[in-house]
Design a protein around this ligand. Structure first.
Ligand code: OXD
Ligand code: MN
Length: 586
């Protein structure tokens, strides 16, 4: 196989002459091809089968122990002007980055096969979708891309029609962390990733293309590429609202996207459109429509059980690629929080010994096709996407942030998004549990200067007539003893219900300096084992703490210099003024 598109053929030839592979394989994306790669990897030992009775068509892949997470410190945005990448990114000049990467790629595929993967992010027939081609020497990447994207023949046909595509070049190299870089060249629409086989670094359609490069395309073309899940909530009356939620990595996006309603709200239905990325476009009627550019989920495994996320638990019992989980004596995958079975081998394949730490790596992952999900919405394949009623930001915060509040306007909502902060998790290399700023949950993923990105967000005020309302949630507030105050999981639907009711103008709220908060009685807590006092705590704010946060947010926004939009600073100033007024009143 090859391509009718000269630009693609010549790029493939040029990469082949640089990397010197033994073979070149153009991926068709067929089921037979997937099976062939699985068989090849089983024979090589880079994949092992799991219990075929209880986990049919499930496989385990073990990574190199030093290659188990995204590497933000080795991820660069390469623009001519350093300011365009912004302080939110590591920067290297395109010339320096090319020189560095060209050396690494020189002859790196000798003895290996080079795979050419044409893929489409978003439904093949959608005007909102964008295409790319990933060249890789990793069959693990190929089988993951098959689940995560629409890849192969149909994507190639679209690329040939359009004539352009994002170029992603990847090699696992020798997995030496000192020779590992993930480079983005937004002006060339290209990505070069060397030295890692981990999903976020190697499946280039995901974070590299659908967020970092797409955020550029979105800015140029007037849309938004965001780190958001998309979920549809159907009320007992049959009305469906779609909401898009931006939470930092490993804050429960997948759980929320597949939420199972609690008994008291059993007549609600929840439909998953996406669990990680949303592309939002204004349509001709002035609404913001969302598509999920991905076709699968690359989710964190630990903590998944019948109670926390039964849909995900069932979804990963067949046709799933597991990465870095432990196994039981019956050869079933095992992870912390599974609440069933006992590990005998840990994620590194050693006999399990508590002294070595968790049996499954805390960032162990499942890769599944979205259609495995019992709550999958067919509209995930709808070229026009779905209209968004509400945008929800959130983080993992022990203190300060209340359970939920609504922004007072679009501009205020942009400030709320920019204020997002969260405790770090195992999804990225580094210390776990430290609070870091993560505006719009895009800190690791915005491919350009945050100040310009906030200006782009603000510009939507004039782009569409019917903007969604903006909210902020925090499921993770704790009491002084470290207990979570809100039960979370399915019960989060009670908060989403208030959000929808606010969109429908039928729920009450109290106006505060921070935004509109529900009164305790505005939230449906019937059947919930929670004290009135706890609900009061969850729906109230500590003005002094909020004041400190607002001051530090102002300093943070100003640290972006002249590019910080004046409107954002004005919003911050207004909130601070309001807080001071309330403090004076109290
Ligand atoms: C992810 C992440 O893997 O955000 O989705 O790190
Ligand atoms: Mn993510």
């Amino acid at each position: 196989m090859t391509s009718k598109l000269a630009a693609l053929r010549s790029w493939v030839d040029q990469v082949a002459s640089q990397t010197q592979p033994d073979n070149i394989h153009w991926c068709s994306g067929s089921e037979e091809e997937y099976q062939e790669f699985v068989q090849q990897m089983l024979a090589e030992g880079t994949l092992t089968t799991l219990n075929e009775k209880t986990y049919p068509d499930c496989y385990l892949h073990r990574s190199d122990p030093n290659d188990v997470a995204r590497v933000e410190h080795l991820t660069f945005v390469c623009t001519e002007n350093e300011e365009d990448a912004g302080q939110n990114n590591n920067w290297m000049s395109p010339a320096d980055a090319h020189a560095k990467m060209d050396k690494l790629f020189e002859g790196c595929m000798r003895g290996r096969t080079m795979y050419v993967i044409p893929y489409c992010m978003g439904p093949i027939g959608s005007r909102y979708s964008r295409c790319g081609v990933e060249i890789t020497d990793s069959p693990y990447v190929v089988i993951n891309m098959k689940k995560m994207t629409r890849m192969g023949k149909n994507a190639l046909e679209r690329i040939e029609k359009e004539g352009y595509f994002v170029r992603g070049l990847h090699s696992t190299g020798d997995l030496d962390p000192d020779r590992r870089f993930i480079m983005h060249f937004p002006d060339e629409l290209s990505i070069m990733s060397f030295g890692s086989g981990y999903g976020g670094n190697a499946l280039l359609g995901k974070k590299c293309h659908a967020l970092r490069i797409a955020s550029h395309q979105a800015r140029r073309e007037g849309w938004l590429a965001e780190h958001m899940l998309i979920v549809g909530l159907e009320s007992p009356e049959g009305a469906v609202h779609y909401i898009a939620c931006a939470f930092p990595s490993a804050c429960g996006k997948t759980n929320l996207a597949m939420l199972i309603p609690p008994d008291e709200l059993h007549d609600w239905k929840v439909w998953t459109l996406g669990d990680d990325i949303a592309w939002l476009h204004p349509d001709e009627t002035g609404k913001l429509r969302a598509i999920n550019p991905e076709s699968g989920y690359f989710g964190v495994v630990p903590g998944t059980n019948q109670k926390t996320n039964k849909n995900a638990y069932d979804m990963i019992m067949h046709d799933t690629i597991f990465t870095n989980v432990a196994v039981t004596e019956d050869n079933e995958p095992w992870w912390e929080g599974k609440q069933l079975g006992t590990p005998v081998k840990d994620w590194r394949g050693r006999d399990y010994d508590e002294a070595n730490g968790p049996a499954a790596h805390p960032n162990s992952r499942f890769t599944v096709s979205a259609t495995n999900n019992p709550s999958y919405s067919n509209l995930a394949d709808e070229p026009e996407g779905v209209p968004i009623s509400a945008i929800v930001f959130g983080g993992r915060r022990k203190h300060v942030a209340p359970l939920v509040y609504e922004a007072k306007s679009w501009e205020h909502g942009v400030l709320v998004g920019a204020s997002t902060a969260s405790e770090t998790t195992a999804a990225m290399v580094g210390e776990v549990g430290v609070i870091r700023r993560d505006p719009m949950a895009m800190k690791p993923f915005c491919g350009y200067n945050f100040a310009d990105y906030w200006a782009h967000w603000l510009s939507f005020k004039d782009r569409t007539a019917h903007l969604p309302k903006i909210f902020h949630v925090n499921w993770f507030r704790q009491d002084d003893e470290g207990h979570f105050l809100w039960p979370g999981f399915g019960e989060n639907l009670r908060v989403l219900q208030w959000i929808i009711d606010r969109c429908e103008h039928r729920a009450g709220a109290q106006e505060t300096a921070l935004g509109y908060l529900p009164h305790p009685y505005d939230l449906d807590t019937i059947g919930l084992d929670i004290s009135t006092q706890t609900v009061e705590t969850l729906t109230s704010i500590d003005l002094k703490q909020c004041r400190n946060e607002m001051i530090s947010l102002g300093e943070y926004l100003e640290s972006y210099g002249d590019r910080t939009p004046g409107e954002l600073l004005r919003q911050q100033h207004l909130v601070l003024q309001e807080i001071d007024r309330e403090i004076a009143k109290a």
